[in-house]
Design a protein around this ligand. Structure first.
Ligand SMILES: Cc1cc2nc3c(=O)[nH]c(=O)nc-3n(C[C@H](O)[C@H](O)[C@H](O)COP(=O)(O)OP(=O)(O)OC[C@H]3O[C@@H](n4cnc5c(N)ncnc54)[C@H](O)[C@@H]3O)c2cc1C
Length: 666
């Protein structure tokens, strides 16, 4: 099957407008005859469900949590990008487009990214109209901060809780429609299969997670907004429930899976502290606006710190190596995440790590506290040479900007980050890969759409910070509501889709069989036992640095682990009730397949780009070395029975509006 990305003709800045002007529309009366299933109520699914219902469609929305408000989107801390140029610092739609394409290491589709930049400003207007309390400056204008990989300040935020506030906005919009009966909300329901009728997505099979009941739901189109698959690594900054099942089930039904190996490792997370952990905690990238990253200059000092003989505050300025400022003077601590992560690993691998395991670097706010303190002393006509006063005033400013993050750090690590620098280390955070979609956000299954983190569309091989919220809301509020109409226009007279058909029978049977298999398996080990093993293979061999040998080993180890899992997993409890072990078993079964495809994708991509770092392909100074001649394409995998048989399809990437150069942030 040839991939058709359906990118409209014309100059890049006019594609979306022109396309919208000529798209098929469904008139308001006919929208009432059309049903749409939305799986996921995070920022992508929530905004889509609310908007589609507002337009008049009948929406059925599903989430596995007890409320849409608990979607993983709520965890987003730092902010959301938009090309508003409120700071007057040179921002524009083109610059946001350019930064995003470059940030993704030239592995994203230009037309989609430009559309994203175009609608970014609308998102902020929409959210402000909903009452989302985005941070404001003293004069009342919306405030911005800087994120990595850009030279402008375009990140809108709500303290360290941006995702939560945006989600409350989307949730309010959804609730209005739930009240009107236009959205039927299915909390605590997990989609476990897609139903395809005559080649088109026409429904899903979902399990009621409270009663265990298996349900059939039909619709004229199905939208997947189920989030990312970072938890294939077991430990990640994602919510523990985040999983790949919805995306993987549609993949097995015919949706191609694109660039599975593109994963973002976030540089500023609280380091792993032991085997007991089931989750990692992010320290927002916004902290890199003010925090400076360093390790000791000498190996002796690093050793003394690890052994507790020295404290970081014992080291003078000239004994510290601010390695990002040294290596990347133009962007300094605000280099993109992939670069900051690798630089931390490089220092730690060289023996300069500062925690007991040698896998941590410092994020230090002392300079910012001093700088802000002096500013405040000047403003308040106080003595700027009074060190204690300056420290107190500066601490207050830092607390007002990042207080909740500092508090979170202190609760977890039991150290006061206003006094001792934070310790941080890279951790799995975001997956840029996902289901392949065309310009309409439709997968290779007609009528099955994918939005937000679950699709692959806009971030290439590396996501710039604050771009995921922008993409999820762009997809849900401003893109899908147009493009889905174009698809649905011919279906207006079709009537309800029946669920008593062989396609629904077959899909339901597949789900029941799998659930029963797990309950009756009676093996020896818990689901987590296998998930942890998978995570270790992924982190060691498919993680921050990859090579052909490790990837080849990972592929066979994951396949073996999958067999062992089916042989030996024990799932206690019953089918007909609340059973979290059973939920996990279904999810881990899918991770065990996805993990193998992930490694296969990483092995085939003989280049380094963004977050995909192949040790064999690096510049003499350790930067990612792309191969545009051979790999400037989207790798879209077609399922053929098992991951090892997946067939590769290539969507060539054409760059007409940005110049393909090796990325530099120096
Ligand atoms: C700690 C953290 C901080 C972050 N901070 C930022 C930030 O500051 N700025 C930024 O731009 N990005 C940030 N990100 C990334 C961003 O939060 C996510 O990419 C984004 O929120 C994903 O939104 P989503 O709607 O696609 O998916 P999610 O929010 O993950 O929602 C998924 C939804 O799908 C449902 N679901 C999944 N599977 C099924 C199924 N089988 N059946 C039924 N329902 C299902 C879930 O119940 C949920 O409702 C952060 C990520 C993390 C981990």
């Amino acid at each position: 099957m040839a991939l058709d990305s359906k990118i409209p003709e014309g100059p890049i800045s006019e594609k979306w407008t022109h396309y919208k002007d000529h798209i098929n529309l469904v008139n308001p009366a006919n929208k009432r005859n059309l049903d749409i299933i939305v799986v996921g109520t995070g920022l992508a699914g929530g905004s889509a469900a609310a908007t589609l219902a507002e337009l008049g469609y009948n929406v059925k929305a599903f989430c596995f949590q007890d409320s849409p408000r608990r979607a993983h989107s709520i965890a987003a801390q730092g902010g959301i990008n938009a090309a508003k140029n409120y700071q007057g610092d040179g921002d524009s739609t083109f610059r946001l487009f350019y930064d995003t394409v470059k940030g993704g290491d030239y592995r994203a589709r230009e037309a989609n990214v430009h559309r994203l930049a175009e609608v970014s400003a609308n998102i902020i207007d929409q959210c402000v109209a909903q009452g989302v309390p985005l941070a404001r400056e003293y004069g009342g204008l919306l405030d911005n901060r800087s994120f990595g990989g850009t030279l402008v300040s375009r990140t809108f935020y709500a303290k360290g809780q941006t995702g939560q506030q945006l989600l409350l906005g989307a949730y309010s919009a959804m609730n209005r429609q739930i009240g009107r009966g236009k959205i039927k909300m299915y909390n605590r329901h997990e989609m476990l299969e897609l139903v395809v009728v005559n080649g088109k997505a026409r429904g899903i099979i979902a399990r009621n997670l409270i009663t265990g009941e298996i349900e059939r739901h039909s619709a004229h189109a199905v939208v997947i907004g189920s989030g990312g698959y970072g938890n294939v690594f077991f430990l990640s900054t994602n919510a523990m429930g985040s999983n790949a099942t919805a995306a993987w089930k549609i993949h097995k039904k015919g949706a191609f899976f694109a660039n599975p190996c593109y994963t973002q490792i976030h540089p500023t997370c609280i380091p792993v502290s032991g085997d007991h952990q089931s989750k990692l905690t992010l320290m927002s990238e916004s902290l890199r606006n003010d925090g400076r990253i360093w390790v000791p200059k000498s190996l002796e000092d690093a050793k003394a710190i690890r052994e507790g003989r020295k404290k970081p505050t014992d080291l003078s300025e000239d004994q510290r190596d601010y390695y990002l400022e040294r290596r990347y003077p133009a962007f300094g601590n605000l280099v993109p995440r992939d670069i900051a992560s690798r630089a931390a690993k490089e220092r730690c691998d060289a023996g300069f790590g500062v925690n007991k395991t040698g896998e941590a670097v410092y994020l230090d706010f002392a300079s910012a506290i001093e700088r802000y303190g002096r500013d405040q002393a000047k403003i308040k006509h106080l003595d700027e040479n009074d060190a204690a006063l300056v420290k107190k005033l500066g601490t207050e400013v830092v607390e007002s900007k990042y207080g909740n993050l500092f508090q979170m750090y202190e609760k977890i690590v039991d150290e006061n980050p206003y006094v001792t620098p934070m310790m941080i280390y890279p951790a799995v955070h975001y997956t840029m890969g996902g289901t392949w979609v065309d310009y309409n956000l439709m997968t290779t299954i007609p009528g099955c759409f994918s939005i937000g983190e679950s699709n692959f569309s806009d971030h290439g091989a590396n996501r710039l910070g604050a771009s995921a919220l922008m993409q999820g809301l762009a997809d849900g509020y401003f893109v899908l509501p147009y493009t889905i109409g174009d698809y649905l226009a011919p279906d207006i007279k079709m009537g309800k889709i029946p669920t008593n058909t062989p396609e629904f029978d077959e899909a339901e049977k597949a789900v029941r069989d799998q659930l029963e298999k797990f309950i009756n398996n009676n093996g020896k080990h818990s689901v987590d036992h296998f998930h942890k093993k998978l995570g270790k293979i992924m982190w060691d061999k498919v993680g921050m640095a990859r090579n052909a040998k490790g990837l080849t080993e990972a592929i066979s180890e994951i396949a073996e682990l999958r067999e062992e899992f089916y042989r030996d997993v024990k799932v206690p409890g019953t089918l007909d009730g609340f059973n979290q072990e059973l939920e996990k078993a279904m999810r881990v079964a899918d991770f065990l397949e996805l993990g193998e495809l992930f490694a296969k994708d990483a092995l085939h991509r003989n280049e380094s780009c963004g977050g995909h770092f192949r040790e064999e392909y690096q510049t003499p100074d350790g930067e990612a070395q792309r191969d545009d001649e051979n790999f400037a394409y989207v790798a879209a995998w077609e399922y053929k029975g098992k991951p090892s048989d997946a067939v590769l399809h290539k969507e060539p990437l054409v760059f007409d509006n940005v110049k393909l150069v090796q990325r530099s942030y120096k």
